[in-house]
Design a protein around this ligand. Structure first.
Ligand code: FAD
Ligand code: SF4
Length: 489
């Protein structure tokens, strides 16, 4: 070990040999189903230091390889060990524009934490929990809230279509590079799924509002209730702007295509979550857009959106919420943490069942869902065992509403009127160059779910950043692609 300037050996770093993550304090299930407040309460300073002390500060930084935006995780964690929380925040912010959001909603178990060496003999380092701690600490202590400096104006104007994590990240990077940035958003509030989809009890909206206000203060102009493809077309926008980023996400819900889906009381998860999250239906009559879900709510699906829908439904305090899924618990695509929280909250799980019809009363309102029992057969293309219907096993489950949470694909509203914009017709996604994210239309770039199909917040943010760099090159040189190394000089 190298000596210090004063000739003394640096003190040995304390390593916490604890095999499991420092527990996260949470609201008790019986309390939290009565409110929309956040479920995990967050670490205090000592808990955070205790957890950071588990980190081995690995030289090869395997966890960083799992982070889509390359946060220098060990460096940030060592700042926490030294109780320099502002330093940790600055380190994370170097590459992650929205740490308070990513610390809450990133699937860390499939990213940084999946690669953490501690995972070989116990639980991996609690990277997500620590990222959240640091971001919350900075917010509480008003540290690091200075707005980043913007380069002098380049005189170029860019349009961002959609204000989800992809669009917001692109907007942040482009305004800092000196361009004039306008964001066009179909809804009345910015944030995309972060606002209308992910519920308050997983992502408090005040966090998002703070980040968006920061962008507005930096000079980003937000145009709300502005639907590209209806209010104005992409072609018209191209005449007004020097470059465009399409980040319109994948918000077109899938349905079951079974009889009865048009009855009153059938919601797509998108509509249900939007009514509750964006329109504040849970706070009726303070917000005058109620959601009439009734006393017995059935949610169909088993992904994260289904868990969010079921847990949101539970907080409307009906008699019961039942989740219907055609395979078994093992095949559920939702994050384990979400399934665990749903189970703790007494969501009834009807596994190995599929809806075959929704039944209505004389007034056209939902009164029951007809379910068929299933068994598992051979694995299908996804590697999960295929659900096989059991003959003559149908029965009716009485209910007042059905929330269909099967997944989403891109909304063709904007793209269908742009014949020259190359699309993957099977997936409905926009085709963009892998390196630059430029589409078939010069100067038009795209990223996030509209390119990848339904993915994650951090991947959408990574796309926003990648596109912003290429857009900057395009605006400066007329070419989006970086020159090949041998062509330089
Ligand atoms: P979006 O977030 O979808 O934003 C697109 C925006 O574009 C929207 O605001 C939309 O209104 C707007 N728009 C659409 N069309 C137009 C138009 N024509 N003109 C103008 N504006 C338009 N990922 C995670 O990592 N962790 C999670 O926990 C998680 N939970 C999720 C829960 C739910 C309920 C859902 C639906 C998704 C979840 N995801 C999660 C996925 C994640 O939210 C998305 O991958 C991510 O938001 C995609 O970002 P985006 O910017 O591409 O699009
Ligand atoms: Fe720390 Fe785990 Fe990353 Fe190693 S892999 S530096 S232990 S977080």
């Amino acid at each position: 070990m190298a000596d210090n300037d004063n000739g003394k050996k640096p003190p040995k770093r304390k390593i916490n040999k604890q095999k499991v993550k420092t527990p996260m304090p949470e609201q008790a299930p019986e309390d939290r189903i009565l409110n929309f407040n956040e479920v995990p309460i967050g670490y205090d300073d000592d808990m955070a230091v205790n957890e950071a002390e588990r980190c081995l500060d690995c030289k090869k930084k395997p966890c960083v390889a799992g982070c889509p935006v390359d946060v220098d995780i060990p460096a940030a964690l060592q700042f926490i060990v030294k109780r320099d929380f502002a330093g940790a925040f600055r380190k994370i912010k170097e590459t992650n524009f929205l740490p308070a959001i990513c610390g809450r909603v990133c699937p860390q178990e499939d990213q940084c934490e999946l690669h953490c060496v501690l995972g070989k003999k116990g639980e991996p380092g609690g990277v997500g929990r620590l990222e959240r701690f640091v971001a919350d600490w900075a917010m509480k202590n008003d540290a690091g809230s200075d707005l980043p400096e913007c380069a002098p104006s380049t005189g170029k104007k860019v349009a961002i279509i959609g204000s989800g994590p992809a669009g917001l990240t692109a907007a942040s990077d482009l305004i800092q590079l000196g361009h004039e940035v306008h964001v066009f958003e179909a809804l009345h509030k910015p944030g995309g799924v972060l606002f209308y989809g992910i519920p308050e009890f997983r992502l408090p909206k005040k966090i998002l509002v703070k980040e968006i206000n920061g962008l507005a203060e930096m000079g980003v102009k937000f145009h709300m209730n502005y639907v590209i493809g209806a209010t104005e077309t992409l072609s018209e926008l191209r005449d007004r702007f020097d470059a465009i980023f399409i980040g319109v996400g994948a918000g077109l819900p899938w349905f079951l295509n079974i009889p009865g889906e048009n009855l009153n009381g059938v919601y797509s998860s998108n509509e249900f979550l939007t009514r509750v999250n964006l329109m504040g239906a849970y706070d009726f009559p303070n917000n005058d857009t109620p959601v009439k879900a009734g006393e017995r709510i059935v949610v169909v699906g088993a992904g994260n959106t289904a868990m969010d829908s079921a847990r949101t439904a539970k907080r409307l305090q009906p008699e019961n919420v039942t989740l219907v899924y055609r395979r078994s618990r093992e095949e559920m695509p939702a994050r384990e943490e979400e399934i665990h929280h749903a189970e703790e909250e007494q969501i009834e799980m009807k596994l190995l069942h599929t809806p075959v019809a929704i039944l209505g009363d004389d007034e056209g309102k939902v009164k029951a869902v007809r379910l068929q029992r299933m068994e598992l057969g051979e694995p299908d293309d996804s590697g999960r065992r295929r659900p096989v219907p059991i003959d003559d096993s149908e029965f009716d489950l009485s209910c007042d509403s059905v929330v269909v949470a099967l997944g989403c694909s891109p909304n063709p509203l904007m793209t269908k009127v742009e014949p020259d914009l190359k699309m993957n017709t099977r997936r409905g996604t926009v085709i963009a160059d892998e390196d630059t994210l430029e589409t078939s239309l010069p100067g038009v770039f795209a990223g996030g779910d509209i390119v990848t199909g339904g993915a994650t917040v951090i991947l959408a943010m990574g796309n926003g950043r990648q596109a912003a760099q290429a857009m900057h090159r395009y605006l400066e040189t007329g070419v989006a692609r970086a020159p090949e190394p041998e062509a330089i000089g």
